[in-house]
Design a protein around this ligand. Sequence first.
Ligand code: PMP
Length: 774
Amino acid sequence: MAKDERGPAELTLTALAGRPPRISEEHAARIAREVFASEGTARLLYGERDQNFHIAVPGGQDILLKIVDGEEDPQVIDLQLAALRHVASVDPDLPVPRLIKTRDGGDLAQVDGHAVYALSFLPGAMLEGTPAAAPLLTEIGHVVARLGIALRGFFHGAAGRRIAWDPRQAPALRPHTHLIADREMRKIVEKALDRFIALAPRLQHLRSQVIHHDCHPGNLLVDHGRGKVTGLLDFGDMIHGPLLFDLAIPMAETQGVNLTPLESATRVLAGYSGVTPLEEVEYALLYDTIQARHAVTLAIHGWRTRHDPEAAAKLDAYCAINGPILAELTEIGPDRALAAFRAARLDTVETETLVSRRRAVMGRNLELSYAKPVHAVKGDGVFLWEPDGSRLLDVYNNVPSVGHAHPEVVEAVARQARQICSNTRYLHETVVAYAERITRTMPKGLDKCLFVNSGSEANDAAWRIAKAVTGNFGAIIIANAYHGISDAIAALSPYSGPLAIPSPPHVEALEPPDIYRGRFREDHPDAATAYAADADRVIAALAQRGHRPAALMIDSAYTAHGILDVPKGWLAQVAQKVRAAGGIIIADEVQPGFGRMGEAFWGFAAQGIVPDIVTMGKPMANGHPVGLAVTREDILTGFTGRVDFFSTFGGNPVSAAAALATLTVIERDELQRKARETGDFFRAGIQALRLRRAMIGDVRGSGLMTGVDIVADQGTRAPSAPEAKRITNALRELGVLVGIDGPYGNVLKVRPPLPFNREHAEMALAAMDKAMEI
Ligand code: PMP
């Protein structure tokens, strides 16, 4: 029968063989006793082609007696036995069956024209039909990886055979997919097979060896209670092929308790890659290999339905499960799946251990956000992943401005790092090209660039320049400002704490123009002028101490001040007073710059001023450290004419490439416009929440820079830092990251990467609603 029922291109697709053994249980017990010296009762078990008997041996070791299908190629039997011998010697603790010797010391006997051998009978429950708890999924990945290692040095000529389950044979199955009855499913299968067939040339790059090639739940025995694999069975489908196939099968078919197929797959991968880290090309092909496994199963089922219904019936249950999984993973798509897979590439360092190691070498006081610290091992777009595969929506980080691990930025950095990264006293085009591009976004006249490595350095350079060109030494900031970590800039950053640099005599702080909680509120007829009057006080105070202002330094997102909505015209009035007193204006765009504020590309532009120096850092290169001060020709030469200023790394080719790629993405993808639209939608959603959640006092900001002022009471507007803290921790537990800022530590800092869209805003809103429920 089998000979007539071969499938496409001579692949065996039938379940039945030519001479299926027909041994009775009594006969099997006799063979066990006579050939293998195992005295016990026999019970017939399921076997697709061979006959398998459980021989229960009272007081002894149970065995599995295998009566091999008479059509089986003796070379293939030899392949299995040789592989089992090899694994037993290389990794004796692996839970795979051991060969039981015959009475005369052999591995194989002939009985009534059938090849017969015996294996140790392993304990445990068949995994098939029962979802596995997450730790068991990891364990499965672990055991499969170990088996791969155990088989690494094994070779057998018969492993070169062609079998239908090998996805590399997909071209032979493809013409028969019309036999899949369900039209929708047929299309999905065809798409998966076509994608896989197109990948054929890349399969040549995969590390290959003899593989088990059938690690699915029907061949796994487990102890659910202990979370252990007790048996990995059935070496009947071994081939020489990509090691990746052995991972793809359990990833495709093992279901976790309360986990989606992707989450289940990721757990298996985490266990696997903890033992055998994947190579890049394996990551690249993993999704399609998993899809191909499902598609091959469904295509074989389709073929059998027409040609061998009895054999098809044996696959019915698999297809009922695997079809929907295939459809779900198709919906998810390769990019999201790959991102999740990469996140499983643990960093197997345990989070707790890492916290104490960090403390030991970096000190206790170095801040870690949240009661449960974030241990991110992978980012993609607006999401982060932790080592256990859990996903966090990032509504906090402005540094990865175009999204975590943006492929164009990653590629630009890698490409340039492969070419040259050198001393910035040599010529390189990228930094020049960047300077040309960034100055085009600035008001006329602001067209000279000075590259450094961070926001602090950019501010430090700007402050030096201001002193050099004005001949003055006084600084004006807003109370509680933060501008960076250098000694000079820490003096302009009272936010860092009163002990940082206590009340330096050359610094004066303006009263924050806070119309929600300050002296002049939203009902004041001209809060801008009322607050701007403070500039006169500040200038006079400096003069009393013998100082004229060199500069006003301002973060026009007012981040450290609680993300204020300042009254229109306030900054222009203050700037005018400072200029009249001899100072220049430094716009610190580290927070608002690069389109974040939505309304304008630069924060100062939305407030109607043109500064003399613009400084930037954080979001400039999507996480790569680089800083920049942009100024006018006269100012730059007024400084560099006197000072030999040189930053070794500032604007080096790799930093410049990262910055250029980031700017390209921001402009091309219109992220400023999107920040405005999503930001408006998001804030409207939070405003709506405010009606139901009494702890929301005020909602402020612009574009994707939002401050949510948390209060003890909406009437008194009393700030509540403990409640803000509770909310951020609750959100973190719900998988959403936001921060805290403001002079009272009560303002939720809601400031996601720019690709944050409506769908993400809706996710964040739902989580905020929940976190604010008390
Ligand atoms: N200015 C502002 C407004 C900032 O928020 C920061 C960083 N939080 C800096 C400057 C300093 O930038 P960096 O940490 O890159 O030195």
